[in-house]
Ligand binder design. Structure first.
Ligand code: FB9
Length: 496
């Protein structure tokens, strides 16, 4: 049976020239196998010539394959509704992960109607007796390679619904070389011990070494871009002499997350619209009670030169467990621990870890992100020190043009938002926030009055998305991430 190389030569002889993708289709072989056979033939001399081309074609995504098999989301919603009855809209919306998109598309297609006056509440009924699942039919056509019946507008709609994706493949156009022949002499590629001992190697034509051949990429693991950028930020902090804080507690008490930071209990950030509260265990019970009493006092009556917030501070509020909203809760724990030392020693701490906020989701915001935070505690620090360390920190990211704007944080005064001029966008973009922790936060911990603590924060996702050119955070994190992006993305150099 002719080997793959000879089959390729037969088709080149017949067609004169042919692409590797066409050969793969005709010979029902993997495209890479055809490319390998072409390269192998070219190493034998000028039998064939080739030229690299790019070819774009449409492929079904995993969701697209599911729709091809089981029908479109809208068709499945339509079929879920009895022909002679209806389903409560609320119940229909819970019937599956694609119910919402399916209902919306089915309504737009005129397949359904909603009876808003139905006794049990808005009820969805069929508006037509039967449907044609156009989307499923188009995907079946695409799967068979019949693109002609599908308009560009329809392809754009399928792409927008993430049912198909356009794949660019490097192919080769192959034609006859000056030494073209359809029968090639099989060359030995391995010099075996038998050949050497018998001397049969003499006179055998051996395939020439191809020292330009790329090695086979070893199967290995791959680091997610976020982890690569995290490693770069960690390296920057370590180079600057910072010590990493222990951030391995996503669940935190409201006391350490808010009260210790002098954030009042009625602050809007503390309600369920912005914070995730834990149902079980609902409360934390272990606090340094002497410190807690000082916190209660500074909130309710003031002290240390502050008038406080003058409200009835409640232990029950401080005990509530939450998903921490910032890593500054860890900074508070570390500063309190520092204050328990016999003698104060200056420190430089940093943290990079997940924080959680009950926010409205959009293309750049999820309900969680990784916060990066730097903290410096020393005698008599000033805003000048904060500005200076921000310049040093961001310079290591290759960012030198900084501007600072007054800002507000409940736990820092003064506070500054940090901006950098983005050459690509030709505008100033916010790259972080910073400030000097308030005395009402530091003095109840027991830190000496002449100790000042400066700090700053930013997110890990924003620089990662910019660095890797990712517009939608769901392409970086979450169940829809294309793992090929994780395999293919280059190493991270933040200063380049
Ligand atoms: O990261 C942010 N932006 C950013 C950072 C780096 C960057 O690098 C580019 C490659 C060069 C680009 C952009 N921001 C902070 C600013 C905005 O993105 C903002 O819209 C989003 N912010 C998050 C919070 O939003 C809910 C980013 C996150 C953030 C904000 C503040 C802090 C931490 C993270 C803080 C703090 C702080 C302040 C004082 C004391 C201690 C901590």
């Amino acid at each position: 049976m002719a080997d793959l190389g000879e089959l390729v030569l037969q088709h080149v002889a017949k067609d004169g020239e042919i692409t590797t993708s066409e050969l793969a289709q005709r010979l029902q072989k993997d495209h890479q196998q055809i490319v390998g056979a072409v390269k192998s033939l070219q190493s034998l001399g000028n039998i064939i010539e080739s030229e690299q081309r790019t070819s774009k074609h449409w492929e079904l995504t995993e969701e697209g394959k599911e729709v091809t098999k089981d029908g479109s989301h809208e068709a499945r919603v339509y079929n879920a509704i009895p022909a002679d009855g209806g389903i409560q809209q609320a119940q229909l919306m819970k019937s599956g992960p694609y119910a919402k998109i399916g209902f919306s598309k089915a309504m737009s297609a005129g397949w359904l109607e909603v009876n808003k006056k139905a006794p049990g509440g808005p009820t969805v009924q069929r508006k037509v007796a039967s449907i044609v699942d156009r989307v499923q039919n188009q995907l079946k056509q695409l799967q068979q390679g019949n693109l002609s019946d599908i308009t560009d507008k329809e392809k754009a709609e399928l792409k927008k619904r993430k049912l198909i994706q356009e794949v660019t493949v490097n192919i080769f156009l192959v034609w006859k070389g000056s030494g073209f022949t359809t029968s090639v002499q099989k060359l030995d590629t391995d010099l075996t011990p038998e050949m050497i001992s018998s001397g049969s190697w003499k006179g055998k034509p051996f395939k020439a070494y191809n020292f330009d051949a790329m090695g086979v990429p070893p199967t290995a693991g791959h680091l997610h871009p976020l982890l690569k950028v995290r490693a770069e930020f960690r390296q920057i902090f370590l180079e600057m002499g910072f010590t990493e804080m222990p951030t391995n507690n996503y669940i935190e008490s409201s006391f350490w997350n808010f009260d210790a930071l002098f954030q009042p209990q009625q602050h809007p950030a503390r309600d369920a619209h912005d914070t995730f509260f834990i149902k079980d265990p609902e409360f934390a019970h272990e606090f340094p009670m002497d410190y807690l009493e000082r916190v209660k006092k500074v909130h309710s009556e003031g002290g240390y030169g502050s008038q406080g917030y003058k409200y009835d501070w409640k232990l029950s509020e401080a005990k509530k467990n939450i998903l921490r909203t910032h890593t500054t809760a860890v900074s508070a724990r570390m500063l309190y621990k520092l204050a328990q030392q016999e003698k104060f020693t200056p420190v430089k701490y940093f943290s990079i870890d997940r924080v959680f906020r009950n926010e409205t989701l959009d293309a750049t915001h999820l309900a969680e992100f990784h916060q990066i935070e730097g903290v410096v505690a020393d005698y008599n620090l000033s805003l000048g020190h904060l500005i200076g360390i921000l310049h040093a920190f961001f310079k290591k990211l290759g960012i030198e043009k900084l501007r600072f704007k007054p800002a507000y944080n409940p736990y820092t005064e003064p506070s500054m938002a940090v901006f950098s001029y983005h050459e690509g966008l030709k505008k100033w973009v916010e790259i972080g926030n910073s400030g000097v922790f308030r005395p009402e936060m530091l003095l109840p911990m027991g830190l000496p009055e002449d100790v000042v603590v400066i700090a700053w924060g930013l997110s890990l996702e924003r620089p990662t998305m910019i660095k890797y050119g990712i517009d939608n955070i769901r392409d970086l994190i979450g169940p829809k991430v294309n793992l090929q992006m994780v395999y293919d993305n280059p190493i991270c150099r933040l200063d380049k």
